[in-house]
Design a protein around this ligand. Structure first.
Ligand code: 13P
Length: 246
């Protein structure tokens, strides 16, 4: 099975600059083993695709569910493809929470991505209240079931488990929580013929916890926010993933 380490820069740029970041990350031997994906803000997609020269894959952080038309401020899957993207993040918790994206819209976005040949990185995950109240599995079942029934077949789908309470808090899920929840997610994906998807963990992944999280059964990589902004910490996380597979 493949593995991936993806950088989600959100609405940020690396303090060292885009060019220096890419220069520091590309050209390392590990790149063939563990795919490196970078998701910059929209205006930097083409630059990333150009600088990465194929050694890194480029992802958008969002897309429209529509193909074209009067949708001011939106970007279609076909446009992302032309800008050099191979992947697109869909259903990130910040899109769900801040911009009100629901499971059906997420499903339509998955379908739009797939029909343009983009690989969606489909994000799911529970809030603290749901985890504490025992509602994690029910929520994941709804997020997966509703979106995938709307989306239909999505070739090469990647799933990212990102518990909301672990995102940007410095408080990562424990290896036990990740192992248990990844097993539940694979279980929920099985009826859709997706038991073997690449399944990432995201939420406060850092150089100092990457090795123990990479060692968890069923973790095929990471979706990294804050710690992806400097090339040194991103490379350390990538290296931890590579070493866990050696
Ligand atoms: P952090 O790594 O900053 O917690 O963000 C995770 C995330 O949301 C990646 O998509």
């Amino acid at each position: 099975m493949g593995a991936m380490v993806a950088a989600n820069w959100k609405m940020n740029l690396p303090p060292e600059g885009v060019e220096a970041w890419v220069g520091s990350v590309v050209g390392r031997e590990e790149s063939e083993d563990v795919l490196v994906v970078v998701a910059p803000p929209f205006p930097f997609l083409t630059q990333l695709a150009h600088l990465g020269g194929g050694a890194i894959s480029v992802a958008a952080q969002n897309l429209s569910e529509h193909e074209a038309g009067a949708y001011t401020g939106e970007v279609s899957a076909g446009m992302l493809d032309r800008a050099g993207c191979s992947h697109v993040i869909v259903g990130h918790s910040e899109r769900r929470q801040i911009y009100g994206e629901g499971d059906e819209l997420v499903g339509r976005k998955l379908r739009a991505a797939a029909s343009a040949g983009l690989v969606p990185i489909f994000c799911i995950g529970e809030t603290k209240e749901l985890r504490d109240g025992g509602g994690t599995r029910g929520l994941l079942e709804r997020q997966i079931g509703t979106a995938l029934r709307v989306a239909g077949t999505v070739d090469g789908l990647v799933v990212a488990y990102e518990p909301v309470w672990a995102i940007g808090t410095g408080d990562n899920a424990t290896p036990e929580q990740v192992g248990e929840t990844h097993a539940q997610i694979r279980d929920l994906l099985t009826p859709f013929g997706l038991a073997d998807v690449i399944l990432l963990y995201g939420g406060s992944v850092k150089p100092d916890n990457a090795a123990e999280l990479a060692a968890v059964e069923g973790v095929d990589g990471f979706l990294v926010g804050g710690a992806s902004l400097t090339s040194e910490s991103f490379k350390a996380i990538w290296q931890a993933m590579v070493s866990s597979r050696a």
